[in-house]
Write a protein that binds this ligand. Structure first.
Ligand code: NDP
Length: 516
């Protein structure tokens, strides 16, 4: 789809304070739309409107909010092609990736949180262990935080923006999304749709613009959900710390794959190719490096090479037209090229690909590298491109050591037919998620948290934490059977202190009980 997309009404009413941003189709180089580049005042106006809309939105209650989420599901089902067109044209990914990893995911998320939010966030009465609370009722309720700012990257424009907005909305917050400046159009389509199905004004809005626009949102929102690079994530986290607002940061990764000598090599090769090349490797959870034990190394390399050579790359048109699309973010091409060149200069061999595409659009050939080692950037820095460096290792222990030798800890995978061994290796890998004989798939199980260890982030999306993070706990204690004067109240008196001391000893110094 190449017809120019319009900007959202929200942006038009806020008014562009700076020159508009032109949006290009990365597969063709054509300009397909424009969005405003909001200055801090423009962001302030959007956040003020979101803040004004929040109390009524929270007061609507879970059932009414869930009904609107289901209306969005229905809208998305009716407008599948329109949404996929918008994603493909601004991101350059294949229609298959847009369908499964964006449209399907977002449709599923609307229903998932509509069904579960109330159960997770409902008020709870706690049975307390404390004898001092006898006759008192201890309750925890969850309150919305206010305005949640979602700052999104360009690799999954909908999943990593609207996907994170849904639980925030179900928790009773209003949401302002700051899309990546190079992929804002599909988000605009969904925000317009939300208004069409009846979301009240100000509940789900978009603040388009560049990094400065994102920083202005961090300065004003009550919670920040950020997905992007570790470098920017640190800045966002630091600013949230200064403002004492909570944030959740899903950052970069350098996911290792370990293939042990007892693996199903055919499956390992298929998963490696799929999840290093899908979306041109522009996934935070991509397989970015493979460690293969010596007995199966040659077989694995041969299978991977054959499969990568067979991939079809080009401008994504109709379904099935290509396997690998474009590189979305122009500077990413330089990073990918630098990693390949650095590896070759240090002795690596390119078995497939290795170069930028020629002609219009931004492409990098699906690339397989061998004879790589940990001194090379392709083994240590996030490449975010269609490359798979494969390193031979002696055994399981060396594979685990090298896999963990990284500042990142987002995902990791291990291949072995011995499932107990797989679980044991998984437990030794430092990562937010580990997959045995698989990659990435836990992302679709929204019951489980998805987050990062080390420099890969803080907090998580999905799981109970994926919605409780958008709330603050409010503890309420109700004293039902209240004495007018309790024994612990003033005045302090020595005999009473002795009784209390005896109670402490009676409670905690029982025979056989461990000290400390
Ligand atoms: P960034 O981390 O810079 O951008 C992510 C989002 O943050 C964008 O919306 C960006 O806006 C916004 N932003 C930029 N600066 C600030 C700021 N100071 N305060 C608040 N928000 C800000 O990622 P890039 O797009 O520059 O990509 C850089 C690298 O990050 C890639 O090479 C890749 O390695 C990695 N990456 C990781 C992703 C992941 O899923 N974990 C996703 C994308 C990239 P704008 O785009 O308008 O500048």
């Amino acid at each position: 789809m190449t017809s120019p997309l319009r900007v959202t009404e929200t942006d038009e009413t806020s008014g562009p304070a700076r020159p508009q941003i032109a949006i290009q189709n990365p597969a063709t180089g054509e300009t397909i739309g424009h969005v405003p580049n909001l200055d801090p005042a423009g962001v302030g106006a959007i956040v003020d409107a979101a803040r004004a809309a929040q109390p009524a939105w929270e007061a609507l209650g879970f059932k009414a909010r869930a009904a609107l989420m289901r209306d969005m599901q229905a809208w998305l089902l009716r407008h599948r092609s329109e949404v996929v067109d918008a994603v493909v044209s601004e991101n350059g990914k294949t229609r298959e990736d847009a369908l499964l990893a964006e449209l399907y995911y977002v449709i599923d998320s609307f229903g998932y949180w509509a069904k579960r939010a109330e159960k997770i966030l409902r008020p709870r009465t706690l049975r307390t262990h404390s004898p001092f609370l006898l006759g008192r009722k201890l309750m925890v309720e969850r309150r919305a935080l206010g305005v949640v700012g979602v700052i999104a990257p360009w690799n999954y424009p909908l999943t990593l923006s609207v996907g994170d907005a849904i639980p925030a909305l179900m928790a009773g917050n209003t949401v302002v999304i700051k899309p990546s400046e190079i992929t804002p159009l599909a988000i605009g389509v969904l925000v317009d749709a939300a208004r069409e199905v009846g979301f009240p004004e100000g509940v789900l809005t978009v603040a388009n613009g560049d990094g400065e626009t994102g920083a202005a949102l961090v300065d004003r929102a009550d919670f920040i959900m950020f997905t992007g690079s570790t470098a920017t994530g640190r800045k966002v986290g630091a600013r949230c710390g200064e403002r004492l607002i909570p944030c959740s940061l899903e950052l970069g990764g350098k996911d290792p794959m370990i293939v042990l000598e007892d693996a199903d090599v055919e499956r390992a090769a298929n998963v490696a190719v799929e999840w290093s090349m899908r979306n041109s490797g522009q996934i935070c959870l991509s397989v970015e490096r493979a460690y293969v034990t010596a007995p199966v190394y040659d077989e694995f390399v041969s299978k991977v090479t054959q499969k990568v050579r067979a991939l079809r790359q080009g401008e994504p048109r109709e379904e099935g037209s290509v396997d690998v699309g474009a590189i979305t973010f122009p500077p990413q091409l330089d990073i990918i090229e630098r990693h390949v060149d650095d590896a070759v200069a240090k002795g690596a061999k390119v078995l497939v690909g290795g170069k930028r595409g020629t002609g219009r659009g931004q492409f990098f050939e699906p690339t397989v590298l061998v004879d790589v080692d940990p001194t090379m950037a392709c083994m240590t820095e996030e490449t975010f491109g269609p490359t798979l460096p494969i390193m031979k290792v002696a055994d399981e222990a060396e594979a685990i050591r090298l896999a963990n030798d990284s500042p990142y800890g987002l995902g990791s995978s291990v291949f072995t037919k011995d499932l107990e061994r797989g679980r044991r290796v998984a437990q030794q890998l430092v990562a937010g998620s580990t997959w045995v004989n698989d990659a990435i798939m836990s992302y679709l199980g929204q019951e489980a948290p998805m987050g990062g260890a080390k420099d890969s982030g803080l907090g998580a999306r999905h799981g109970e934490q994926g919605i409780t993070k958008y709330t603050r706990a409010h503890t309420i204690l109700v004293t039902r059977f209240a004495l007018r004067h309790e024994v612990t109240m003033f005045p302090n008196a020595r005999p009473r202190s002795k009784v209390l001391d005896a109670i402490v000893v009676a409670l905690f110094a029982r025979p056989g009980r461990r000290k400390g």
